[in-house]
Design a protein around this ligand. Sequence first.
Ligand code: GDP
Ligand code: IMO
Ligand code: MG
Length: 420
Amino acid sequence: MVDVILGLQWGDEGKGKIVDFFAKNYDVIARFQGGPNAGHTLYVNDKKIVLHQIPSGIFHEEKTNLIGNGVVLDPVILRKECDAVAAMGVDYKKNLYISERTHLILPTHRALDKASELSKGNDKIGSTLKGIGPAYMDKTGRNGLRVGDLLDKNFTTQYIKLRMKHQRLLDNFNFQEDIGQWEEEFFDALEFLKEFKIVNGEYFINEKIAKGQRVLAEGAQGSMLDVDFGTFPFVTSSSTISAGVCSGLGIAPQKIKEVIGITKAYCTRVGSGPFPTELLDETGDFLRKAGNEFGSTTGRPRRCGWIDLVALRFACMINGVTQIVMTKADILDGLEELKVCNSYRINGEERNDVPFQMNRLNIEPIYKSFQGWHTDISNVSNHDNMPEKMKMYVNHMNEFLQVPVKYISNGPGREQIVTL
Ligand code: GDP
Ligand code: IMO
Ligand code: MG
């Protein structure tokens, strides 16, 4: 049996914290897509840690963690992450497994990412520049190198061939960067990678499922950044939605039970692209400040705005969301009035759907206003002691989305979560 936790907005919904919270109920925690563009923040013993590729179950000693075939893996960053978790007392060698089909991010992928973004000028995606797009291009273009290839004697020859191809592309971009240092680190990190438990991920996970073990699939990014259904081209390069679990881990769709969608109580986006409910005023500044909305991976300020129920309903539809976790509700404590986007006005017409090419349209959000609860909710522990005004906000979401909000996160701490 497999449950999924994924983001319903433009990423950074608090997936890391929620996966860490739920991990105790599972045997295996598996990342199914994305790479080090992700930054998942956890607080363990009051100490903050940001994970990029390691699944957020790593702090649960007895749990198995798997980096699935759908991930693109940067071994240099993995090594740094491993050092960071080891410093917190985790024996990652014991319970971290990597699929042999996982594609590698090469130093030239990072250079290509940079070159591509530079060439776009004002139309840039706002990529994290971790080489994600170029690595997935080599996967679908059937050129990439995989973790399992490391054990092959032809690895270096294949690497040199691919690097030469990349160099030609970089020359076309007229992009020059000395990647000598990166390459040195990369080859060092490959030796480190070889010491891992490199497994056939699909048999590994299906055998566990057959034995009755419980798997939690951890998504990265968010549904509105999905390569097919997000705000293309301002998206990432992987399938961030529940369908990505099947191809990213080798799991059949019938095995998936709960699809747990995470949304903030408001909305953020980092990088370029459409964001209908963005607030460019002092309320936006308030959310950024109170919510400490700065990228976990790049440190960039996140764009902030009201919750967008049109986009959320779309995300619930394409993912088959069965329950919702609303995070960062405590950030709204300081606001007297809250707004919720129920529909869009486009060319004078009211619409309830997410249109094709949002970026070419002038979308005006139509809001419903709510009175803020305007009290400290950090000590709320159940539905009964939730402020009435907060119940109204949540009830509206339940009715609008037709998917229940089952949990509310009211602080970054590991156990700060209200079960409804
Ligand atoms: P992820 O990428 O979805 O895992 O999210 P990030 O870690 O990038 O960003 C979420 C940020 O919000 C992190 O700094 C978390 O520590 C923090 N966070 C998560 N849930 C809550 C919450 O309920 N309240 C507050 N105040 N912070 C939260
Ligand atoms: P987590 O897992 C928020 C955004 C980038 C950029 C676009 C493409 O922490 O939620 P890429 O590096 O994939 O080429 O960037 O996607 N992006 C994220 N935004 N959270 C993330 O991950 C993101 N990963 C990528 O800012 O707009
Ligand atoms: Mg993040």
